[in-house]
Design a protein around this ligand. Structure first.
Ligand SMILES: Nc1ncnc2c1ncn2[C@@H]1O[C@H](COP(=O)(O)OP(=O)(O)OP(=O)(O)O)[C@@H](O)[C@H]1O
Ligand SMILES: [Mg+2]
Length: 360
């Protein structure tokens, strides 16, 4: 059983959610008779369980005029529940802890694995402003990671999954090369499990660079810039969102780099610009916070610019190979945004009209 909002979801609830997941690409609202066909339970049990899942905020369950029947729709929490259930089933974790970070782009949970080690599970989210910022490079990175164009039905599901796949891939490559990133454990749907970088007590995450005052800022900046250059030139990915908010500092002063869903393969045309911006962000942080002499970001970037250009040349064919599939994937993302969110706008306009006319 798994805890959701204080109540428990059991195997038979999960069977319902799995059936809904299978049908949800065909039906926005899944009619209950479609579920009954697929599930070994009678109507009374199904209805009671759907009611319970609705009360838990996992699904919505109500009468749909158009179908003239009750139907159910999965909410974000339904996918979280399935991903966490499957991770538990595969022994990725033994006990789930608490939410240690809740933002618009991801929810971070802590958990304990079967060996009593703390891990972190990151549930990726769709967030429109972030999507608009990263959509082109995400489409490319995801296509490269998957080796094929993405079938995008619903961007609210497919963008978080693409982000999880890219983050998982970067963590795998980087940790296998010995770069300071959390070791990845597992991926399921939009969820990525990884080692927890611990702070000064077991289970407490290491603080962000933004939250600490490092003892020797000159050394820390130099380490970050050296690590960064190595990650770009030998790891072949540009972070794309490097800042004091994505670097963890352990009690003995080690630095770890987190948050890789927007990472961009070096051969993508946006890589140089993003690389320069990452370098600039980090240098400016040290200048602002510690008032130390810092190198000119342009000069630091120039130290790798030629090697980056050569890498891009070398990987030109690879870029060409994925380019078309990435463009199609981007189109599919955008079609979905228009279809799904256009619909929502229409519904909201309809609701406003009803409210204005005084009918409630
Ligand atoms: N492996 C880890 N070990 C310890 N703490 C972590 C780990 N991964 C993430 N965190 C903590 O969770 C926070 C958010 O994680 P991350 O930066 O990966 O996601 P995000 O997309 O920035 O999420 P949000 O939108 O919530 O800010 C980090 O700033 C860090 O404090
Ligand atoms: Mg972050």
């Amino acid at each position: 059983m798994t805890e959701v909002g204080g109540e428990t979801v059991d195997k038979r609830d999960i069977a319902i959610l799995r059936a809904m997941e299978g049908l949800s690409r065909a039906f926005e609202w899944v009619p209950e008779d479609k579920l009954l066909e697929r599930l070994p339970m009678d109507y009374a049990e199904l209805a009671a369980r759907l009611e319970k899942l609705d009360n838990l905020g996992v699904i919505e369950y109500r009468y749909i005029d158009m179908y003239q029947t009750y139907a159910a729709k999965m909410k974000e929490k339904a996918y979280d529940t399935l991903a966490l259930w499957d991770m538990k089933k595969h022994d990725v974790y033994e006990r789930l802890g608490t939410v240690i970070g809740e933002g618009k782009e991801a929810t971070i949970l802590n958990a304990k694995d079967p060996d009593d080690e703390f891990i972190v599970i990151k549930l990726h989210r769709y967030h429109a402003p972030e999507f608009r910022r990263i959509k082109k490079t995400l489409a490319y990175a995801a296509v490269k990671v998957r080796g094929e164009e993405l079938q995008v039905e619903d961007h609210r599901l497919d963008v978080p999954r693409a982000k999880a796949q890219v983050e998982m891939k970067v963590l795998q490559i980087f940790s296998s090369k010995g770069f300071p990133v959390p070791d990845p454990r597992s991926i399921n749907r939009h969820a990525v499990a990884m080692d927890m970088i611990e702070g000064n007590a077991p289970g407490i995450p290491a603080p962000l660079l933004a939250k600490v005052k490092v003892k020797n800022p000159e050394d820390a900046l130099e380490t970050i810039l050296e690590d960064y250059k190595e990650m770009v030139l030998e790891g072949h990915y540009v972070h794309g969102d490097l800042s004091e908010h994505n670097i963890l500092v352990t009690p003995d002063g080690e630095l770890y780099y987190v948050d890789w869903p927007q990472a961009v393969p070096v051969e993508h045309p946006s890589a140089p610009k993003l690389c320069y911006r990452d370098i600039k962000n980090i240098i400016e942080h040290f200048k602002r916070k510690y008032r130390i002499n810092v190198p000119d970001p342009k000069e630091v970037y120039n130290e790798i610019a030629d090697d980056l250009q050569s890498l891009m040349e070398e990987k030109k064919e690879e870029y060409e190979e994925h380019k078309e599939a990435a463009e199609k994937t981007l189109e599919r993302f955008e079609e979905s945004v228009e279809r799904v969110e256009g619909k929502r706008e229409k519904r909201e306009a309809g609701r406003r009209k009803v409210e204005e006319s005084g009918v409630s």
